[in-house]
Every structure is written in C-alpha cells, then in structure tokens.
Ligand binder design. Structure first.
Ligand code: IMP
Length: 424
C-alpha cells in the first residue's frame, strides 16, 4: 500500500513508534503531520531504547526519508538535541530529513503559558505535557505564530520574536508569572535556527513527488484519535487534529492519495493526564498492567492510568478515521492475567448510549463488559501469526467483529522483530 496513514485509536501511547519502525524496513518515507514534542515514540532495536519526539519513527533505517510536515509544532532546541543524539548514535539525518518551512515553532513563552494556563485551571487541569503545544497552536490559529521558514531570514525572525516577546511578557505578568529575559530566550533559538536551516524547506513538493513515484510512504499520527481536539474527549485532549483529517492537512496530501488507514490499538487501554476513562482500573489490576506494560510516559515519565480494552471508543475511532486495518499491540502484557475483559457498551441512566458521549456524560457512563478466557502462553518467541494462542485469537476476532476493521498485525513484545503479520 504505497500511502498508508497510521494512527493511534485510543488516548495515545498505543505503540505507534514501534510499529512504524518495524514496517520501515520496506518503507521509503515517514511523515509526521501534527503534534510536537508532546509525543514520545519509543523504538527498541537490539535492546537499545530510543524515544523520538519530533524526528519521524523509521529514521533509524538509513534508507528512510523523514518529513516533519507543516502541521507539526516544533521545539527547535529539542529538535536539534534529537538530531545531534541520533547522529552520535550513527543515525545521520543529513540529506534525508525535511522540515516544513510552514511548521510553526514552539517558543519559550508557549511553554510558560502552558504551565500558567494549567495552574489557572485549578481543579480542572488537563494534565498537559507542559511542552507548549496548546499555546503554540493557539498562536497559529490567531495568526501570531512564527514558522520554521522564518529561521531562513534571521532579521525577520528577530523582528517577529521581539514583537511577540513584548506581548507575551505582558500576558505572563498578568498571570503573575516571571517574564522572559530576551537574551536567554533568543540566543539558543538563533543557534538552533542556524543548525536547522539545512533541513528547512517546502515539504509538499518532495512528498508529492514520492507519492507520484508510488514510493511507500507512511503518514505517522501522534497522540491518539481520542485526544483529537474535536473528535476526542474535549477539553481533555491535545490541541491538534490527531484524526485522519489532521494527518492530511498536516502534510498537504489530498484524501485520494491515501491507499490505506491503519489504526494502532493496545490490547488494553491507557491514558495520561485528566479526563474521563470509562474502563479505568483503579485497583491492583491497574497497577499490575502499569508495571508489566511499563506504562510510564515516554515524554514526561508520568504513570499512565490503565484499564481494560474499550471497544466502544475504538469502534468510534475506526468509524471516524475510516480505518481498514488494525495493529493490536502489547498483547504479551495480558498473558497470564487470567480473564481478559473488553467494554462493549456504555449505559447512561440505565439506557444504552447510541453515539459517543461528550466528556461530561462520558464521565458518568457505566461500562457493559464482555469477558474472555485469556491466555497464559509466553508470546515473546512467536514468529508466525498462526501460532498465536487460541485465547488471544478469540480476543482479536472479537475486536474485528465489533469494530468492522481487520486485524492485520499483532505485536508481542518491544523489539522490532516482535510483530506478527497475518497472511491473507
Ligand atoms: P498537550 O498535548 O501537552 O497539550 O496535552 C494534552 C493532553 O494530551 C494531556 O492529557 C496529555 O497527557 C495528552 N497527551 C499529549 N501528547 C500525548 C502523547 O503523545 N501520548 C499520550 N498522551 C498525550
């Protein structure tokens, strides 16, 4: 499938980085389309763990071209750090990383304002990653943003910076926060801009050409569909469209360029930060899943909230994104848990809920469950989909019949090799 969109269908952290890396052996380009350094895509190769925040997953293969599309918000200092660390580990980005000149920059004041807004929310905090994502997207929408392309004209960048700094310092003062000192804020950015210049250009034309040449391209979603600013659990969401529409708008490709839409789901469910979570397990089982699954944020280190697979949410995400194929990840974590459960219905006031509820109602729903026998086999050494244990096969068959999408892969461990493709 030359152009595949691959996105998470839950609340992020579904294992997209690992899946994209595993598929990238035969892929030509991977494109990040939205989000920013709030994402943490973990890839483990030969026992070495790398967390990619802005560089597209798949770039650990030297033949892959990476594009950071116009819809991404870029923390320039973090991107330089990431490129430098990858280079030191033998993964040179020169000549194969393209950063869209239209991508907006996360400025130092965005991070300060992110924290200030969270503090001002009192007991209604979202639990953001503190990476300045919301304020950066807000400035983009208000036509106040500074783009990566502005680094190519340093005088213009400085002019935009100074105008914004004055305005944002007034805002920070109004929040009762310390203001930003110009030299400390601008110098590292100018340095980062000079280092990034070689990568910054229009990213649409090279992408269009890759697609026209029928090269294998993956559009890499960040976060998950249930964190979409409109289709997720607002306001407990991120500030971009994590949904398929955001992937297209975030790189400029037309909808008809897509050949397939693949959704990644964990065999259970997690969420970081606040917001309704109908299948959350607050007792010892949640702790067991968290520890077994290593469910601590790749970006912030925060413990993730854990619970059973929410088929209602996944079906909603399959339908709104037009998902044809599913990748089920972390199936190994549910081995030896005994019974495995999935939520198949939300009830509100004794009535089954017919459409996906808004957050205030979602917080009140009673989940209806289906229970499966589970499986106790160790999956780590399996190399063929057909060898998956019966219990897990019954679970994936249920996911297919409930959501209407086909399970094409099951991931059974953190390593690149531990993903089993179902042969048609
Ligand atoms: P923000 O994107 O930093 O503004 O955070 C908004 C919400 O999205 C918070 O609940 C975060 O925990 C969540 N979030 C943002 N990025 C990720 C991610 O990559 N994985 C999981 N949750 C995320």
């Amino acid at each position: 499938m030359p152009v595949m969109a691959l996105l998470g269908l839950q609340w992020g952290d579904e294992g997209k980085g690992k899946v994209i890396d595993a598929l990238s052996a035969s892929v030509d380009a991977v494109v990040r389309c939205q989000g920013g350094a709030n994402a943490g895509h973990t890839v483990i190769v030969g026992g070495v763990k790398r967390v990619l925040h802005l560089v597209p997953s798949g770039m650990l293969y030297a033949h892959v071209t990476g594009i950071i599309g116009n819809g991404v918000v870029i923390d320039a200092n973090k991107l330089v750090e990431e490129i430098t660390a990858l280079g030191a580990a033998g993964h040179d980005m020169t000549g194969r990383l393209i950063v869209s000149d239209r991508a907006h920059l996360v400025m130092p004041w965005h991070k300060e304002l992110d924290r200030a807004a969270e503090d001002a929310r009192g007991d209604q905090k979202i639990g953001t990653t503190g990476r300045g994502i919301g304020p950066a997207y807000a400035d983009r929408a208000s036509r106040l943003g500074i783009q990566a392309g502005d680094f190519l004209h340093e005088e213009r960048f400085i002019r935009l910076f100074d105008t914004q700094l004055a305005a944002k310092n007034r805002l920070l003062a109004a929040y009762g926060r310390p203001t930003l000192e110009r030299t400390a804020a601008i110098e590292p950015l100018l340095e980062a801009g000079r280092r990034l210049k070689q990568y910054i250009r229009d990213s649409f034309v090279p992408l269009r050409d890759l697609v026209a040449a029928r090269k294998e391209v993956i559009l890499e979603g960040a976060q998950g569909s249930m964190l979409d600013i409109d289709h997720g659990t607002y306001p407990y969401v991120t500030s971009s469209h994590t949904h398929i529409g955001g992937l297209l708008a975030g790189c400029g490709l037309p909808a008809r360029a897509l050949d397939s839409v693949t959704g990644v789901v964990k065999a259970y469910c997690t969420r970081v930060g606040a917001g309704p979570f109908p299948t959350e397990e607050l007792g010892p089982l949640g702790d067991t899943i968290r520890i077994k699954g290593g469910e601590f944020g790749a970006t912030t280190g925060r413990p993730r909230r854990c619970g059973w697979f929410d088929a209602v949410a996944v079906k909603h995400a399959v339908e709104t994104n037009g998902v044809d194929t599913l990748v089920v990840t972390k199936a190994d974590i549910l081995s030896e848990l005994g019974e495995v459960k999935a939520c198949t219905e939300y009830r509100l006031g004794g009535q089954a809920v017919a459409s996906y509820p808004r957050s205030d109602d979602l917080a009140l729903v009673e989940p209806g469950w289906r229970t499966f026998d589970g499986w106790s086999e160790d999956l780590s050494g399996l190399r063929r989909y057909d060898d998956l244990p019966q219990g897990l096969r019954r679970f994936t068959s249920f996911i297919e019949s409930y959501t209407g999408a086909t399970v094409g892969w099951v991931s059974t461990g953190a390593e690149r090799s531990q993903i089993l493709r179902r042969t048609p």
